[in-house]
Design a protein around this ligand. Structure first.
Ligand code: OAD
Length: 277
């Protein structure tokens, strides 16, 4: 089974689709001034915040060319998550699962950080206590230079031995059909969290603490449908934090947000960090 042709077909379809409404549409004219106010309010709030947590999802890497999971062009529209991203799928057919992950590794290896990643590194330098919680496994936040990053769904460049548990970092775009552990010869698996698996409790605890203690939480480029990540916003809100969402569209969590900015992460985030006195 090859993953490349289906994705390329879909990608061509996306490029051919109409991009947006004309600039003169009533909807856009009504939204723009409001968006400016929201960006300015959020920027002022960030300038006065000692503790900030950011939760990111696949939308942050979308402008780098990494496919998201849901929506018209999402990975889970083209592939069955149950056949590729569950412990049962790996037990049944590890070679198929590795083929999927090798394909994703090869794709991500060609991608670079975008202005959204870079803006978050700038924000980290400006805020005294900053935590970046990401659901992304592509490692692009670390590549951009973010330091305090909690990769709650793991990292696609790491592999874990199914026998001895040893984890290794390997940036090879292709790990082969049945990669094995250098220490014990056991079968390696991607060190990512699959559906039906628990998050690393140590990392999850740190993410919850960051959410409890932050004064502002930015929720960027996530559909907010996967738990427990989606409920971190509620944890932050219960602790008294201001919630701000940046996304192309509304999500199930939008109604709980104090600020919702509809737009591209790579365009909005840089505006939040430009020109701090
Ligand atoms: P999704 O694919 O579910 O959602 C991506 C979100 O990003 C959507 O809400 C889009 O509207 C938004 N988006 C797309 N492009 C954007 C842009 N340029 N700027 C801002 N927003 C944009 O991805 P996640 O929410 O990250 O889990 O998915 C959560 C988890 O589900 C993933 O970590 C993965 C997946 O199954 C595991 O692999 C365990």
């Amino acid at each position: 089974m090859s993953f490349l042709p289906a994705f390329m077909f879909h990608f061509r379809g996306w490029k051919a689709a109409p991009i947006s409404e004309p600039l003169t549409s009533n909807r856009l004219l009504a939204t723009l001034p409001c968006m400016e106010t929201s960006i300015n309010s959020l920027k002022e709030a960030l300038k006065n915040a000692e503790r900030v947590a950011v939760l990111t999802g696949a939308g942050v890497s979308a402008e780098s060319g990494v496919p998201t999971f849901r929506g018209a062009d999402g990975l889970w529209k083209n592939y069955q998550a149950t056949e590729l991203a569950t412990p049962e799928a790996f037990a049944k057919d590890p070679e198929l699962v590795w083929e999927f992950y090798n394909w994703r590794r090869g794709l991500i290896a060609q991608k670079a950080c975008n202005p959204a990643h870079t803006a978050l590194t700038a924000l980290e330098r400006l805020i005294p206590d900053f935590t970046l919680i990401t659901q992304n496994v592509d490692g692009l936040h670390l590549l951009a230079g973010s330091r305090h990053v909690l990769e709650i769904h793991g990292n696609i460049w790491r592999a874990r031995c199914t026998r001895c548990g040893k984890e290794t970092m390997d940036r090879a775009p292709d790990m082969g059909r049945r990669p094995t552990c250098a220490a014990c010869g056991g079968l390696l698996r991607p060190a990512v969290v699959w559906f039906g698996e628990s998050l690393d409790p140590r990392i999850l605890r740190q993410a919850i603490e960051a959410a409890q203690q932050c004064r502002i939480m930015l929720v960027v480029g996530t559909s907010s449908v996967v738990q427990p990540a989606a409920s971190l916003a509620f944890t932050a809100k219960s602790g008294g934090a201001m919630l701000a969402e940046i996304n192309l569209e509304k999500t199930p969590n939008s109604d709980f947000m104090d600020i919702v900015i509809l737009g591209k992460a790579g365009e909005i985030l840089p505006r939040l960090v430009e020109g701090w006195a």
